[in-house]
Unconditional design. Sequence first.
Length: 238
Amino acid sequence: MNFEEASALEAQELVFKYDALVALRGVSIKVRPGEAVGIVGVNGAGKSTLVKVLAGFLRASSGRHRFLGMDMDGKTARRHMREGLVLVPEGRQIATRLTVEDNLAIGGSCFGWHRPTTEAIDFAFEVFPELADHRARNAGALSGGQQQMVAIARALVAHPKMLVLDEPSQGLAPFLQERLAGSFHSLREAGITLLVVEQNLSFARQCTSRVYSIVNGQVGFDGGWEQFVAQGGLIGAH
Ligand SMILES: Nc1ncnc2c1ncn2[C@@H]1O[C@H](COP(=O)(O)OP(=O)(O)OP(=O)(O)O)[C@@H](O)[C@H]1O
Ligand SMILES: [Mg+2]
């Protein structure tokens, strides 16, 4: 099979095993530049495994994936990040004892990344203006929703061309979800492609234009939200 030239990210027939447990059974997905695409599925369906493979944190046992025309199979997470594909992992994982500003300053340093530019930090604060008011506070002293913003802001300083977010709305109050969805619109306006893993279907629908449903390590649905709902996909996803 040939890759489609116009894709930002394309995966073909990805298989991943945790020893005897087959978590991905031949997953193929395609995301075009500037698109926002959702990934949904029940607990344990394989969503986080898929995005970890796509971002280079796990190596597929077979199948291929490509980012902006580059073969990324077997490439490290650091390499993925350097090319502009950045994962915001499940469960925030920010440095709670450091200030918001220091969290952004070390953005990506675990990959040996250089210090982010002032412009990149300013852009992150532009997307999340609320964080600017808290820049000198310890991240651990912020609310859960604000900590989620720090996690995303930290990924932004790495100049992503594509952000892959694993359950970004988790634990957020509805009004904060609204605000986060608004921030995603700003990111798209800035030309950043989004792949959003979500359990929260209404949030996912709000901030993406189409969806893949992962069922037991395979793509169970691929299409628009209206069709997904019409086919009873909401039930199928749970
Ligand atoms: N580190 C691991 N070692 C062994 N098995 C794992 C590991 N991580 C996940 N799995 C298994 O792989 C399968 C897929 O897990 P994964 O975390 O990708 O699911 P998920 O769709 O992200 O679920 P959730 O919605 O709960 O986050 C599950 O059966 C899970 O138990
Ligand atoms: Mg998960």
